[in-house]
Ligand binder design. Structure first.
Ligand SMILES: *Cc1c(COP(=O)(O)O)cnc(C)c1O
Length: 362
């Protein structure tokens, strides 16, 4: 029998979350973002869960080809574009859209002779300072791209740094929108703006955020980009990581649990050992007190997470036994809450689901 740890992917939740994204931005077409193996959910499952998306977006060229091989014949977008001239022929051969964010990529396109024109997303750096042309340099980049016969549609794209914050003191979303409008002024082509945070704030920001395409990722998996809980938006968790208690220790005051003896019992304590560790994708830096469900009841992590196991406090759960069901995150325990306790974000937990964890669907 395999270890009891298993990830359940809820395809219905993925479908419902996509429908919610569409309802938030009814004017726009939706790229379902499926980078990092669909945030840990598996590309093939994403293809079914997001069958109603207008396109799928990711960063890995080989995974894009895998989507084609699986039969996805709607648009595919490479969010970081291409890395090498040979990728341009691949994009033409498999009809892949790609971002163009630097002069080096434009030079590669000028030298390329692909079999057919390639649709591109020209990326503007509106303050994220990661990828893209400044608003001032954007028009010239656009003109240079437009002059290349091998270039088809040019979509104008930017990415928000703080779309989840109502009024970020450093770089509010409104300032990025203002810069985008300035840089894109007079240029022809569809617009592509919002990530999940932007999509979820569409109603509040209204016409200022309107674009032809949106690019939600984490919300499609039932996670949220900001402080708000997913349930407040009506999002459903699409991944539940569960396991079981495989051992129980009754310890007394002053006894410790796990490596480094980080947790010291204050009094008689019943400790449950769970078959889940950092080699399964559970964050090793999770502190004592991080939430865990046992038989659907909330309790807490005690002691350092080890490679294959972690421990939970069963003192208040006398009915718990070896074999009791444990939920690490997902239905009943939002991934964002576990992530917050561990000082990270739900994205990282879902993406880090280890290859050794069995996956099933419901
Ligand atoms: C990852 C990514 C997204 C999706 O972001 P979420 O916060 O997961 O919604 C959108 N656009 C680009 C360019 C990305 O890299």
């Amino acid at each position: 029998m395999p270890r009891p740890i298993i990830a359940t992917i809820h395809l219905d939740a993925m479908k419902q979350n996509l429908a919610l994204a569409k309802a938030c931005a009814p004017q726009a077409k939706v790229w379902g973002v499926v980078k990092a193996n669909a945030y840990g959910h598996g590309l093939e499952r994403a293809l079914r869960g997001f069958a109603a998306a207008d396109g799928l977006a990711l960063v890995e060229v080989d995974y894009a080809l895998h989507l084609r091989a699986l039969g996805w014949n709607k648009p595919i977008l490479l969010l970081e574009g291409f890395f090498d001239p040979s990728d341009i022929d691949t994009m033409a051969a498999h009809d892949l859209n790609g971002a163009v964010h630097c002069l080096e990529q434009i030079a590669m396109l000028e030298a390329a002779r692909p079999a057919r024109p390639i649709d591109l997303h020209l990326k503007m750096n509106t303050g994220m300072n990661r990828l893209g042309f400044t608003p001032q340099a954007f028009g010239a980049a656009y003109a240079r791209l437009r002059a290349i016969p091998a270039v088809g549609t040019i979509t104008l794209m930017t990415h928000f740094a703080n779309a989840d914050a109502a009024n970020h003191p450093g770089l509010p979303i409104q300032e990025q929108i203002r810069r985008f409008r300035f840089g894109a002024q007079g240029l022809d082509g569809p617009r592509s703006l919002s990530n999940s945070a932007g999509v979820l704030r569409q109603a509040e920001l209204g016409g200022d955020l309107e674009s032809d395409w949106v690019r939600p990722g984490v919300m499609l998996y039932g996670g949220t980009p900001g402080g708000n809980t997913a349930a407040a938006f009506g999002l459903q968790p699409s991944m539940t990581l569960s396991s079981a208690i495989i051992g129980i220790q009754d310890i007394g005051a002053g006894d410790a649990v796990g490596y480094g003896s980080r947790f010291l019992a204050a009094g008689p304590t019943r400790v449950g050992v769970v078959a889940c560790g950092y080699a399964d994708g559970y964050p090793r830096h999770a502190p004592d007190g991080a939430p865990v469900l046992v038989d659907g009841v909330r309790t807490t992590l005690v002691g350092r997470v080890s490679m294959d196991m972690l421990a939970v406090d069963l003192t208040a759960l006398p009915q718990a036994r070896v074999g009791s069901a444990v939920t690490l995150w997902g239905r009943g325990l939002p991934v964002d809450e576990v992530a917050q306790a561990a000082g990270t974000i739900g994205y990282e937990l879902m993406c880090a689901l280890a290859a050794r964890v069995r996956v099933r669907e419901d």
